[in-house]
Design a protein around this ligand. Structure first.
Ligand SMILES: Cc1cc2nc3c(=O)[nH]c(=O)nc-3n(C[C@H](O)[C@H](O)[C@H](O)COP(=O)(O)OP(=O)(O)OC[C@H]3O[C@@H](n4cnc5c(N)ncnc54)[C@H](O)[C@@H]3O)c2cc1C
Length: 410
């Protein structure tokens, strides 16, 4: 089998997969890296204010890919997180739950600027001799043992690209997933996330705060001293009104929700907004097309796990492709794609359901639901070892994690 592996998508998932394959000795000539051109791409390169909380497993993967030393000076550790809930007007916010790292020298997560993460991965791929080719995807044909993409280039020319396997890493609105005929479950949340970077007068000391309000969770995640990243999920109509009011309205809303927890909020440095949705592909492969990261699953950001799940997809796929190619076996064989789906769909479903339930449970003001969640939270606090196991699972390094996430080379 000499057809290349095609990777379609140049966000953090697509670039990290390309880098993992190159790093494991797959020559650039065995890869075809494509990125969508046209309006979709222009929309996605709009300014980005997101800082992504990456867990220990994702950090290990980035270390193995050799990009962590470049990223580390741009990242900020989150040592602990405190969870609270109450209505907006309630002055007292008792702590519901707190999480600390399992080991003192490994923080719960690192906050990484998403635009720098994508750019650093892309630069490392370029340095290793691989850059994505911008194309518009016109068609997909699957034959026994091969997949063929029809591509339109910037000059209007059409060409065909054959592959042994095509990885769709083209994000939530994946065109490749659509062409492969893979249906998606899901629904829009009636929420928009306002993401902002703020300055404040009190130090956060590496502590994150997540406050559950009836309209959605409001998180303050620690950056450098006196700076935090806000992820504020708000009812869509209210968020749109606030965004129309510009910086003043956003600052006012943040001040109200932060309720003085970080002292005075002195500046808004950047903001973006993101309509929230749940999307889960019914299958993670069809023929020789396999889905990774947001092309396969989009979850509510309240647990900060979307890209962590996506990087775990990349780690498993890279491991399976490299192991196959080293043995001279077909890297797009059905049994491999089934094994990938069995490894990656259950955790994505579990995360989709967990975030969906938490968002619903906390977005209600019913006294009964409040009682149910308080009992649940109490169990997490008191059940021996349960909280440690949750922290270990959330770190992505638990037993059975792929090699790159356990800090091992491919
Ligand atoms: C408000 C919010 C907060 C979040 N917080 C977290 C968190 O804390 N932790 C976490 O793990 N996940 C978080 N996520 C999820 C995370 O942002 C996505 O899972 C991740 O960005 C998806 O990456 P991807 O490569 O699959 O798709 P995308 O990034 O959508 O990439 C797909 C396509 O977009 C284009 N593209 C994207 N970036 C670039 C770029 N820089 N340059 C050129 N083209 C580009 C490319 O064409 C690419 O093919 C959050 C999401 C939201 C909405």
């Amino acid at each position: 089998m000499s057809d290349p592996i095609i990777v379609y998508g140049a966000g953090p998932a697509g670039s990290s997969l390309v880098l993992a394959l190159l790093g494991a000795g797959i020559p650039a000539s065995r890869l075809a890296w494509l990125v969508e051109s046209g309006p979709d791409q222009a929309r996605r390169t709009a300014p980005e204010a997101r800082y992504i909380a990456l867990h220990a497993g994702s950090r290990s993967l980035l270390e193995q890919l050799g990009v962590w030393p470049v990223l580390a000076p741009l990242t900020f550790p989150m040592e602990t997180i405190r969870i609270t809930d109450s209505a907006l007007e309630e002055a007292i916010r008792p702590d519901l739950l707190g999480f600390s790292p399992a080991s003192p020298d490994a923080p719960l997560a690192h906050l990484v600027p998403l635009d720098r993460l994508a750019a650093t991965l892309a630069e490392a791929c370029a340095a290793a001799g691989c850059t994505p080719q911008p194309v518009a995807l016109r068609g997909l044909d699957q034959k026994a043992g091969q997949v063929r993409l029809t591509l339109r280039h910037g000059d209007g020319r059409e060409s065909q690209q054959d592959g042994a396997l095509v990885v769709a890493a083209d994000g939530a609105r994946s065109r490749l997933r659509m062409l492969a005929g893979i249906p998606v479950h899901g629904w829009p949340y009636d929420q928009i996330a306002i993401v902002a970077t703020i300055r404040h007068s009190l130090d956060h000391e590496g502590e994150g705060l997540q406050h559950f309000l009836p309209a959605g969770p409001f998180a303050m995640l620690p950056l450098d001293a006196g700076r935090s990243s806000i992820v504020w999920s708000e009812r869509a109509a209210d968020a749109e009104r606030i965004l129309r009011g510009g910086e003043r309205a956003i600052l006012e809303g943040i001040r109200q929700r932060a309720a003085g927890r970080r002292g005075e909020i002195t500046a808004l440095e950047a903001f973006t907004s993101h309509p929230l949705q749940l999307r889960l592909a019914r299958r993670f492969h069809a023929g020789r097309v396999v889905l990774a990261a947001d092309a396969a699953h989009v979850v509510h950001p309240l647990a900060g796990q979307g890209l962590n799940l996506g990087l775990a997809d990349v780690a498993v796929l890279a491991e399976q492709i490299v192991d196959r190619m080293r043995l001279g076996l077909d890297p797009g064989a059905p049994d491999m794609l089934e094994a990938y789906q069995s490894a990656r769909r259950p955790p994505a479903v579990a995360m989709a359901m967990t975030t969906e339930s938490l968002n619903r449970l906390f977005s209600r003001e019913s006294g009964l639901l409040r009682l149910v969640r308080d009992v649940g939270v109490g169990l997490v606090e008191r059940w021996p070892g349960l909280k440690d196991r949750l922290v270990e699972n959330a770190a992505g390094t638990a037993q059975g994690a792929p090699r790159l996430m356990r800090g091992e080379a491919l």
